[in-house]
Design a protein around this ligand. Structure first.
Ligand code: SAH
Ligand code: SF4
Ligand code: F3S
Length: 455
């Protein structure tokens, strides 16, 4: 067990830590990178009040689940976890169990009523209240709830507590105003708001000084970033200039408002990774319209064409939803064709899951489960073949990778990524995490590339 907060945190004067808070907090994170980044903010907020992180649930006084609502199976996973925690709490009634994140926002008071094991519900914009709410539970036994969404909260004065590593997320904006008809995020995360450019650039510089090698700028749609007339390309440019030896990535860009200026900025800077995650969702204009995605297939293809011309060899990935209401077999095939034409390096593929409050919830979820699943399987299998083909084209080529972690499969190997986001395995030799290494690719499968150090 380790306490990453112990040596980094100066306790602030407050009525809570005067008593020397020795309480430990364990946090489990589900969902997207925004949640990973938010868990780091939560740890920072709690550390100010003397709470230490525990990496073992059994050692913790407070157990927090930072949750995701994006699809029904994401919520079911948390509900199963809560059943396990209910059994655990029977033997440890003094432990506090809290739900944070998108499910806290979506289900609110319902969760307190239906899931008796839950003591605390805190939505994504209320994390500053956590120390007070937790202390109140310890003092009075009263359950705590805070789920207001904010138009201004960006946590921009909070330094996230990050795990040691070579890469980090920097959240640059919160919320989403796009209201895609299937998506719960605008309801769980509230309105779009951007963090100040200076504070983002300063954070990147600080991370560089601490020895990190790569940052990923995060937002649900980074193209909506605005700060006093500056847009996301300006932010990307400012960050790339401030930390020229760091790799810079970003996610996610929405195809509707991805500008030429953004592509030009990516092409201009050596340290901005040549990789775009550009969720398309469907290859049919009719379905895209029903999804409220606000672009056509032709517009989407236009962006891909430009990106490929401006940055040959660029890495591309996407998100796809199979079985959206009324999707025909023909429209499913159009999605498959688009995927084959673009040749994505990778894709996140999902069966449509109706979400309460969204516009699509009012449509009939008319595609039977077996058909959705079969379409999804076809999409996944086609993508596997495309990834295999693309990865094998790289065999014999030389690339630079940044070593991120030991290989999961063997201690004699390391895992790094190319600038185009290809996960690459090399023999360890004398390399270590954080090294940039020139490698020659020797073989590949659909998920991984194998390489050896080049010369
Ligand atoms: N902001 C990002 C996506 C966030 S959600 C963007 O717009 O690109 C990540 C992915 O989950 C979405 O791109 C979509 O493919 C999928 N998704 C969201 N809601 C879904 C639903 N109701 N059913 C199935 N998949 C969904
Ligand atoms: Fe959801 Fe659309 Fe916003 Fe992405 S852009 S978070 S899919 S509403
Ligand atoms: Fe899930 Fe919330 Fe992210 S719904 S995908 S954790 S923004």
């Amino acid at each position: 067990m380790f306490d990453i907060l112990d040596n980094r945190v100066k306790k602030k004067e407050s009525k809570f830590n005067k008593t020397d808070n020795h309480k430990r907090v364990y946090i489990e994170t589900y969902g997207c990178q925004m949640n990973i980044s938010d868990s780091e903010i939560v740890l920072s907020v709690l550390s100010e009040f003397g709470y230490n992180e525990s990496s073992e649930m059994e050692q913790a006084d407070i157990i927090l689940l930072n949750t995701c609502s994006v699809r029904d199976n994401a919520e079911q996973k948390i509900k199963n976890r809560l059943q396990h925690l209910a059994r655990y709490k029977k033997n440890h009634p003094d432990r506090i169990i809290g739900i944070l994140g998108c499910m806290a926002e979506r289900l609110r008071g319902d969760l307190l009523e239906k899931e008796k094991v839950v003591d605390l519900i805190v939505g994504p914009d209320e994390y500053r209240k956590l120390p007070h709410l937790i202390e109140n539970i310890f003092e009075t036994g009263e359950k705590g709830i805070a789920v207001k969404l904010s138009k201004v909260e960006t946590y921009d004065d909070i330094t996230p507590v990050r795990k040691d590593g070579v890469t980090a997320f920097i959240s640059v904006m919160r919320g989403c105003d796009k209201f895609c008809s299937f998506c719960v995020v605008p309801f769980t995360r509230g309105r779009e708001r951007s963090r100040k450019m200076d504070s983002i650039v300063d954070e990147a510089k600080r991370l560089f000084d601490e020895g990190l090698k790569e940052v990923t700028l995060l937002g649900q749609n980074v193209n909506s970033y605005r700060d006093e007339g500056k847009d996301f390309s300006d932010l990307l440019k400012a960050t790339a200039n401030a930390v020229p030896e760091m790799r810079i990535r970003y996610t996610t860009s929405h195809p509707y408002d991805l500008s030429d200026k953004l592509l030009e900025t990516m092409a201009e800077f050596k340290n901005i990774c040549k990789y775009i995650h550009l969720p398309v969702q469907s290859g049919s204009d009719r379905v895209l319209k029903l999804m409220n995605r606000e672009y056509s297939v032709e517009h989407y293809k236009g962006i891909i064409r430009k990106a490929k011309v401006m940055m040959p060899g660029i890495g591309l990935s996407t998100d796809i939803i199979a079985g959206f209401p009324t999707e025909t077999e023909e429209e499913h095939r159009m999605t498959m064709e688009l995927m084959a034409e673009v040749e994505y390096d990778g894709a996140f593929m999902f069966a449509y899951s109706p979400r309460e409050n969204t516009k699509a919830y009012k449509y009939l979820d008319d595609i039977p489960w077996e058909i959705k699943q079969r379409r999804l399987d076809e999409i996944i299998e086609q993508q596997r073949q495309i990834s295999y083909k693309i990865n094998n084209r790289l065999v014999g080529k030389e690339k630079e990778i940044l070593i991120e972690t030991p290989s999961k499969k063997s201690p004699d190997y390391l895992m790094g990524r190319t600038d185009c986001n290809k996960s690459t395995i090399i023999p360890k030799e004398s390399y270590k995490t954080g090294d940039f290494v020139k490698v020659k690719i020797t073989k590949a499968n659909s998920a991984t590339i194998f390489a050896e150090a080049a010369g």
